[in-house]
Design a protein around this ligand. Structure first.
Ligand code: PMP
Length: 292
């Protein structure tokens, strides 16, 4: 069965889902997006993702032509029409077609599209043995220039970092902020375990407020593991007992080596494994049902 894509109020065949070359999403990266997962017939943290999309849009003064409820329904309907119950969902809102200048007022109507696909970010063996990552030279965007809390279509900062990751022959990379503190990975948030406590950089470090990050922080509290949001340096990472990354696509993935330094025992640690299990269970029981 051919996939359909939601595009500006209609569902069109994947091959027919096309946008204008004058769209400012394409010309300038002017827009916002979300990546969401459906597990077992339910959409995980749909409300939180929609809230973050509308928060991104609010900051860039982009008026999404659908209410949050309509956007949620369009997301669910796209999954239904593609007969998917486990999927990755991409929501994109661009400034829409305009002229060749920057002026967003020339863009009369935002473009909205929703794509659903099945994806797997990391090969399964990495969940068992853990990832080896590096720190990249590219610093995370300054919040005073382009706040990383905006999930904007302008991902060049992360793509430059990803190119370094690829050139180093690894799968992910740590990005520092302009002050040199650890911010996040190119597409994931970072957590450490230190003296049995969970530590993650605060949003003010200049990171995307990950939905998976928030879920993991809740789960840790439920499991009686204390969680702190605190700035830390690479030295603190190298001396952590455990390290893992979180993200919608990646879920919870252990990290066992950073810049050639072995983290803890060099194998996914007990707290990481507990949270991986707790997160998987949460995704199976929670979420907005796709069908009624
Ligand atoms: N940081 C960045 C830069 C991201 O792009 C993402 C999303 N892939 C994340 C963190 C993780 O956020 P979430 O858990 O909401 O997917």
């Amino acid at each position: 069965m051919s996939r359909v894509v939601y595009l500006d109020g209609e569902w069109v065949a994947k091959e027919e889902a096309k946008i204008s070359v004058f769209d400012h999403g394409l010309l300038y990266g002017d827009g916002a997006f979300e990546g969401i997962r459906a597990y077992n017939g339910r959409v995980f943290r749909l409300r939180e993702h929609i809230d973050r999309l509308y928060a991104s849009a609010q900051t860039i003064l982009l008026d999404i032509p659908l209410s949050k409820e309509e956007m949620m329904e369009a997301t669910l309907e796209t999954l239904r029409r593609n007969n998917l119950s486990d999927a990755y969902i991409r929501l994109v809102v661009t400034r829409g077609p305009g002229d060749l200048g920057l002026d967003p007022r020339k863009c009369l109507r935002p473009t909205v599209f929703i794509i659903t696909e099945s994806i797997e970010l990391y090969p399964p063996e990495y969940y068992a043995k853990g990832l080896e990552i590096i720190t990249v030279a590219t610093r995370r965007n300054l919040p005073t220039a382009l706040d990383p809390s905006i999930k904007s279509l302008n991902y060049l900062n992360n793509i430059l970092a990803k190119i370094e990751v690829i050139q180093a022959g690894v799968l992910e990379g740590l990005m520092l902020n302009a002050q040199g503190y650890v911010a996040e990975a190119t597409g994931d948030n970072i957590f450490l375990v230190h003296r049995g406590e969970l530590i993650t950089p605060p949003i003010s470090a200049g990171i995307l407020p990950g939905i998976t990050r928030a879920a993991v922080m809740e789960l840790a509290q439920e499991e009686g593991i204390s969680v702190r949001e605190e700035l830390f340096t690479q030295h603190f990472v190298y001396n952590a007992e455990e390290c893992f990354l979180t993200g919608t696509a990646a879920e919870v993935i252990p990290v066992v080596k950073v810049d050639g330094r072995t983290i803890g025992s060099g194998r996914p640690g007990p707290i990481t494994r507990r949270l991986m299990r707790a997160f998987r269970e949460l995704t199976q029981r929670e979420g907005v049902p796709i069908r009624g």
